[in-house]
Write a protein that binds this ligand. Structure first.
Ligand code: ADP
Ligand code: GN1
Ligand code: MG
Length: 369
């Protein structure tokens, strides 16, 4: 049934050739992603087809307006800089009737992209160079969007990286304890409550004007950037659903919490989880280079803190979802969100110990890059 439905949906898009295979694809936590293979006279053509997550994105029309605006903008800039606009940013494939997305009879929203061939999204750093490359790409991404008319962007998820708000939502979920799970997680609850002040570090400095608001990606996991299989360069930043005004420290921090960890985000053996100073240094170097002088002194000073706050926030989000019954992040096993929360808190604890070294290495890089 689902297959039939998928083919019916695929038929509405202006794909070249006839769809012959549609399979689930990738490791995203949010959308339902499929790879579509079409047969054409010239050989196979592949596409990405996505059902957008309606629970997470309450206003898909606004999200698609952002996405069309941002991808068009990036295409123009990439072409002006002599790049390959079809490969270096997402290319939406419209419906046969020209619309950029489909709303089906069940009210589900679908969109499609050209499949970026000969490139890979990594879930863990396999080669240090890839991580460095991803940093350059996310820095460059921010630079390309620096003069984007930010007031035209919709906030696709309200308070997305408002860490104090995430903390309040956690406290509400704890109070409600809808699934009776609070009793199993007293250690994690204590960990969060002892660090309440950490939640305010970035937002306070945004409010008092110390940190500038920029157009940021806001979901800069390593598996949201595609690395070219041949050149090893990060060619394309993907997953643009959360491009919104934000802090550079959100982007830097989120990359570190995922990519500079020595273990997977859902590792159950916490003895394997730590923050690699070597990877942090590589990423910071690449990011500072990619931003090409745009970061202010205050932003540079706070890069290590950004990593810690974003890791803390993500742990809070995973634990909140665990308390509420796992309705936000996709899970693949019992306790998956709890495992994820635990790795984040282990990383925060490790970063607390390493903070002086983290600050020292970033301070050194400021003058080298
Ligand atoms: P989610 O929001 O669920 O993370 P993504 O947009 O990141 O969804 O897509 C999930 C995965 O699908 C990515 O990690 C990547 O592996 C793959 N993917 C997405 N877009 C493309 C594309 N245009 N070409 C090739 N692979 C893609
Ligand atoms: C989600 O969509 P994906 O899997 O790239 C989430 C991020 C989290 C991340 C944790 C829209 O990212 O904010 O940091 O999971 N995206 C959204 O792995 O909530
Ligand atoms: Mg993703």
């Amino acid at each position: 049934m689902e297959q039939q439905n998928l083919f019916r949906v695929a038929d509405r898009f202006s794909f070249e050739g006839e769809p012959v295979e549609i399979i689930p694809y990738g490791n995203g936590h949010i959308n339902d992603t499929y790879r579509v293979t079409c047969r054409t006279d010239a050989g196979a053509r592949r596409y990405i087809l996505q059902r957008m997550n309606r629970t997470v994105f309450g206003r898909p029309e606004e999200l698609m307006e952002n996405l069309c605006g941002v991808t068009e903008w990036l295409k123009r800039k990439i072409a002006e800089n002599g790049g390959d606009a079809q490969r270096e940013t997402l290319s939406l494939v419209p419906l046969c009737d020209g619309n950029p997305y489909l709303k089906d009879a069940d009210g589900e929203y679908w969109r499609a992209y050209l499949f970026i061939e000969n490139a890979t999204c990594y879930d863990l750093v396999e080669k240090d160079e890839d991580f460095y490359q991803s940093a350059v790409a996310f820095g460059r991404f921010q630079r390309l969007l620096a003069d984007y008319p930010a007031d035209t962007l919709h906030e696709t998820i309200k308070n997305f990286h408002n860490t104090p708000d995430r903390l309040s939502k956690f406290e509400a979920a704890l109070e409600a304890d809808a699934c009776g799970r609070a009793k199993e997680i007293s250690e994690e609850i204590r960990f969060i409550l002892e660090r309440r002040a950490l939640a305010h570090v970035l937002t306070d400095r945004l409010q008092d004007g110390t940190l500038p608001l920029r157009v940021t990606h806001n979901d800069t996991k390593l598996n949201n950037v595609m690395i070219d299989d041949q050149s090893g360069k990060a060619i394309c930043v993907i997953d643009l659903d959360t491009v919104m005004p934000g802090l550079s420290l959100y982007d830097f921090g989120d990359s570190i919490r995922f990519g500079a960890s020595t273990a997977a985000e859902d590792e159950q053996d916490l003895s394997k989880v730590s923050c690699s100073l070597h990877l942090l240094e590589l990423y910071a170097k690449g990011y500072i280079e990619g931003c090409a002088g745009a970061l202010t002194d205050a932003e540079l000073d706070l890069l290590p803190m950004g990593a810690m706050v974003m890791t803390f926030e993500c742990g809070i989000r995973f634990l909140t979802d665990y308390l509420e019954g796992d309705h936000y992040f996709k899970i693949h096993r019992e306790g998956h969100n709890l495992d994820r929360a635990r790795t984040q808190f282990r990383l925060v604890a490790d970063m607390e110990e390493k903070l002086p070294q983290m600050k020292e290495l970033v301070a050194r890089l400021r003058f080298e890059v």
